[in-house]
Design a protein around this ligand. Sequence first.
Ligand SMILES: Nc1ncnc2c1ncn2[C@@H]1O[C@H](COP(=O)(O)OP(=O)(O)O)[C@@H](O)[C@H]1O
Ligand SMILES: [Mg+2]
Length: 276
Amino acid sequence: MSRIRHEAPVSKEVIMLQGISIKNLSFSYDNDRLILKDINMEVYAGEFVCLLGQSGCGKSTFLRLLMGLETPTAGEILLNDQPIKGPSLDRGVVFQDYSLFPWMTAGDNIMLALQQRFPQRKKKELKQLAVDKLKDVGLDSSVYIKLPKELSGGMNQRCAIAQAFSMDPSILLMDEPFGALDAITRARLQDLVLELWSKQTSKKTVFFVTHDVDEAILLANRIVVLGQSPSTVIYEDHISEEKRPTRENQFKDPEVLRRRNELILQINNDVVSRIS
Ligand SMILES: Nc1ncnc2c1ncn2[C@@H]1O[C@H](COP(=O)(O)OP(=O)(O)O)[C@@H](O)[C@H]1O
Ligand SMILES: [Mg+2]
């Protein structure tokens, strides 16, 4: 079965779209305590997947495995049928904090990523690309020379998103990127990520970690819920692009409310079964 659903990208520099196949994945940091247990999942190229689970259940660990920073204790993770061997420029990452080097300006942070990704291109050309990417995330060129500490949390995350998208990775890994932001900034950035993702001619596969049910409902084509440690997939919901909830109907549409209730119920059942 092919996991490639979209047309091949036009630019030679765009790496082929990639699906992720996770087979019987278990992971332990110290061979003592399993963090992830027997996880099976297919992520199709171009899908927006939200990984939902409580604090400490192993979501960041899961992303570290996808980044190639950890190796499965058992099972495997395949990208286009090849096991992950380590970090790669075809997987962009946005964290809640520390996505940017604090000693470098926003522009230099983006340039650093661009120069790694496109070493054959001229510096002047890349600088223009960095400015364009800042514009794409709603920031003007004055931000280019600002240090992260001179920018608000929301602006920092906009820069981190600009950096991740500027590298044109086929897979974007996001670890609670809006977890530290106020509700309005968070809503704006959720809309921004969806807009950037959906306007690509060849959509990136996004793996977005959150503990927020409503964030997952708004963003995902597929929601995967991890239970408590050792975590495994306790529930999955697939939302077709045509039925994607909007900010307007999110708390009104009976179908969206049913999905929301079911998600909360599944998480609650897991909690109850563990503490009783
Ligand atoms: N580097 C590490 N070494 C040992 N244990 C770790 C390490 N990182 C995380 N853990 C443990 O793994 C479990 C899952 O952590 P994490 O993946 O950060 O969860 P989440 O992101 O869902 O909050 C926690 O019990 C945490 O203490
Ligand atoms: Mg985490």
